[in-house]
Design a protein around this ligand. Structure first.
Ligand code: GLY
Ligand code: MN
Ligand code: MN
Length: 436
């Protein structure tokens, strides 16, 4: 992503903060797996959103109106030995030249320099309660300044949650962000197709998972956005099943919930299809019901419609269908009021999507469900999960779990399904699987 995009974000943030205030945000820390081995590093999304800087041990400081420069980056100094063992890192010069910081200082000098930067500021914006060490340090620096009040030094009087401004910004995607999201979506669609074509009875779930990873990596995207769920048969009824260790059986469905990350942006797709390539009559009926609910829910994604409307519509379609198929008995509106559908549809219709798979942004404003606006991206993912031991329903339905999930952008005119290219009609899935 172009440095101008990060510059633009910093400008918007600082405009909203106003002069006389300061914001601090720390990078993610590297996590030890054991001894000399670390887990793959993934930068903190908020930090990356503002800096584009992908190293650990860094702290970004924003001071709107500061004459010597508004953006200060504390980071690791360049170290030739570190470069030899671990690879390139920006150093102080790189922080200025490549990441457009106005000033850069060694992270080890942070404790000496920060109190001076906090001096006479009114508000300190930072991600409250997320990094215990930073929380503690900020309070220590403020206490240090308070003790100097007789020298005419004022300590900041207000601590403010940075997320309030930042997450509202992240909720609305720019065209640069949408480019990355479209790429993530397109590659994930291809990965799902590859998995569908490769899947066969007798394979283990992890073998299908490897097809997803293979396609993503071949296309240059190195990380999935979250652990893939590859759940055959009744495993699909475990909503966050990630063990992916069982053998696939001929008559079962396979649910795959997987998406890749591109430039720090996630995609999040679920498809459910028959291991053998052909739906049984019971699977076909339940699948079509979930698909109908998904179409009805997606139709509600447009500017001016409250966020919860698509969920409510999915509940109506699914409850009516469950009654028609004989899985629920009674009057539809009463069943909805009594939340009887929840035994088979226990999650909500979806979530915001962006740098995090369950992305930031408020779902309610002033206690009212949020109204959809252009630039928001969300998932639409109804499902039905009939537990294996559910003796209240006919045996043909038991142990079936189905979810269909697409990524949807709210546009001026209505919506755009970013994952549109991936098949989900029953005939299309069967055709795709039979050709191969
Ligand atoms: N992949 C997690 C979800 O669909 O919410
Ligand atoms: Mn998902
Ligand atoms: Mn999702």
């Amino acid at each position: 992503m172009n440095q101008n995009e990060f510059k633009r974000r910093r400008k918007v943030l600082m405009q909203q903060m106003g002069p006389g205030n300061i914001a601090l945000i720390a990078s993610a820390s590297s996590q030890v797996r054991n001894r000399d081995v670390e887990f793959p590093f993934r930068q903190d999304s908020d930090f990356y959103y503002l800096t584009g800087f992908d190293e650990a041990d860094a702290l970004a400081v924003f001071i709107p109106g500061r004459e010597q420069g508004e953006y200060i980056l504390f980071c690791q100094e360049f170290d030739a030995k570190k470069a030899l063992w671990e690879g390139a890192h920006a150093g102080l010069e790189g922080a200025i030249a490549d990441y457009a910081a106005d000033d850069a200082f060694p992270i080890d000098d942070m404790g000496d320099i920060l109190p001076g930067l906090l001096e006479n500021k009114h508000k300190v914006y930072y991600p409250m309660g997320r990094d215990g060490e930073l929380d503690h340090q900020i309070l220590e620096w403020i206490n240090f300044l308070r003790k100097q009040s007789r020298n005419g030094v004022n300590a900041p009087g207000e601590l403010v949650s940075l997320e309030h401004i930042l997450h509202e910004m992240r909720l609305f995607k720019s065209s640069a962000e949408l480019n990355s999201m479209r790429k993530a979506a397109a590659v994930s669609c291809q990965a799902h197709v590859r998995a569908m074509k490769a899947c066969q009875p007798g394979w283990y779930e992890y073998q299908v998972e490897s097809e997803i990873i293979h396609e993503c990596m071949q296309q240059g995207l190195r990380a999935v956005a979250y652990p893939s769920i590859v759940a055959g048969g009744k495993n699909a009824c475990v909503l966050h099943y990630v063990e992916n260790k069982d053998k696939l059986k001929k008559g079962d469905l396979l649910l795959i919930d997987a998406g890749v990350e591109c430039d720090y942006y996630a995609s999040d797709i679920t498809r459910t299809f028959p291991v053998s390539g052909t739906f049984s009559p019971a699977q076909r009926k339940l699948y079509q019901l979930v698909l109908d609910a998904q179409y009805a829910a997606i139709a509600q994604i447009q500017p001016g419609i409250p966020w919860n409307k698509s969920h409510d519509v999915s509940v109506e379609v699914l409850t009516q269908g469950l009654v028609d198929l004989g899985l629920l008995q009674g009057e539809v509106s009463q069943l909805i009021q009594d939340e009887k559908y929840k035994q088979f549809y226990m999650h909500r219709i979806g979530h915001w999507l962006g740098m995090d798979v369950h992305d930031v942004g408020d779902y309610k404003v002033d206690d009212e469900w949020r109204i959809l606006e252009p630039g928001m991206v969300l998932t639409v993912e109804p499902g039905l999960y009939i537990p294996q031991d559910c003796t209240a329903v006919d045996a043909q339905w038991r142990g079936i779990g189905i979810r269909i999930e697409d990524d949807v952008l709210v546009t001026q005119q209505g919506h755009e399904v970013l994952t549109q290219s991936l098949v989900k009609e029953i005939d299309d899935i069967e055709n795709l699987m039979q050709v191969h």
